[in-house]
Design a protein around this ligand. Structure first.
Ligand code: ADP
Ligand code: ADP
Length: 234
């Protein structure tokens, strides 16, 4: 059984009302995409801006409604078994989003509260250690560096111990050192058994980190291969 199964997924955004009430045709962001993410892999979804990567991630996250097709996360249908599907996935968004006056510890405790995790089952300290933020436990989030904030986002996504972690453009606009740091963190989590999906428009990132790469362009899947085969072709 794959970690994620995507079957003929279509997303057409609602048409926008133009001038004088004329309707423009809705934007076809995903034109029938199918692929499986194998358990235990680091799976790269590679494609240029506008390809449909975020749309796909947002559908898995339950933030965007699909037009048609289906998807399963850890065997749970994203519509019929939404709650279990959501609990099986942790999402690291592109944008850094937490209250600037919360501390890393509070960010994780709040997230645990959101999932209804009992105090004795929480593992905020352990997660802070995993992302090397133990020494910033009680600092305001706004005082953290960009790299620390991104690591905190990863910890936040892991609060409910999902078997799958999805990162949307984790290293967009990030310097070389921080990129290395994030790659290392992702590899570590994968070694601990977490299946990882990441979107990127950097081929080098996908090559370095991923054991399988799917290429998406204009809402169509144009390749889906083990990284080695893909690189041999190029
Ligand atoms: P990527 O993440 O690969 O850059 P997106 O999924 O963000 O691509 O976008 C795919 C296409 O859908 C683009 O043409 C984009 O302009 C369009 N799009 C994305 N979000 C919306 C939206 N909320 N409404 C209308 N069109 C959208
Ligand atoms: P461990 O056996 O390493 O203490 P758990 O049994 O608590 O881990 O792990 C449950 C889930 O937590 C794992 O399947 C994985 O998704 C996640 N996980 C494991 N190790 C880490 C880590 N170092 N940082 C973040 N999440 C982790």
């Amino acid at each position: 059984e794959p970690a994620i199964r995507i079957d003929n997924l279509v997303k057409r955004y609602a048409p926008a009302k133009g001038a004088k009430g004329t309707m423009t045709q809705g934007k076809l962001a995903l034109g029938g995409v199918s692929f499986d993410v194998p358990q235990g892999s680091i799976f790269g979804l590679l494609g240029p801006n506008g390809a449909g990567k975020s749309t796909l991630i947002n559908i898995l996250a339950g933030l965007v409604n699909k037009t048609s097709g289906s998807a399963e996360i850890w065997g749970f249908d994203i519509d019929r078994q939404r709650r279990n599907a959501s609990r099986s996935i942790g999402i690291v968004p592109q944008e850094i989003v937490f209250d600037p006056f919360f501390t890393p510890y509070e960010v994780l405790e709040n997230q645990a509260g959101f999932y209804g995790i009992a105090a004795r089952l929480r593992r905020s300290e352990e997660l802070l250690e995993a992302v090397r933020l133990s020494d910033k436990r009680d600092a305001y989030a706004r005082t953290l560096s960009g790299g620390m904030k991104r690591r905190l986002l990863v910890a936040k996504a892991m609060v409910h111990s999902p078997p799958i972690l999805v990162l949307d453009e984790p290293t967009a606009g990030v310097d070389v050192d921080l990129r290395r740091q994030l790659w290392e963190l992702v590899s570590e989590l994968n070694r601990d058994g977490v299946t990882v999906v990441l979107t990127t428009h950097y081929l080098e990132e996908a090559e370095e980190l991923c054991d399988r790469i799917a290429i998406i362009n204009h809402g169509q899947l144009i390749a889906n291969k083990p990284t080695r085969e893909l690189v041999d072709m190029a």
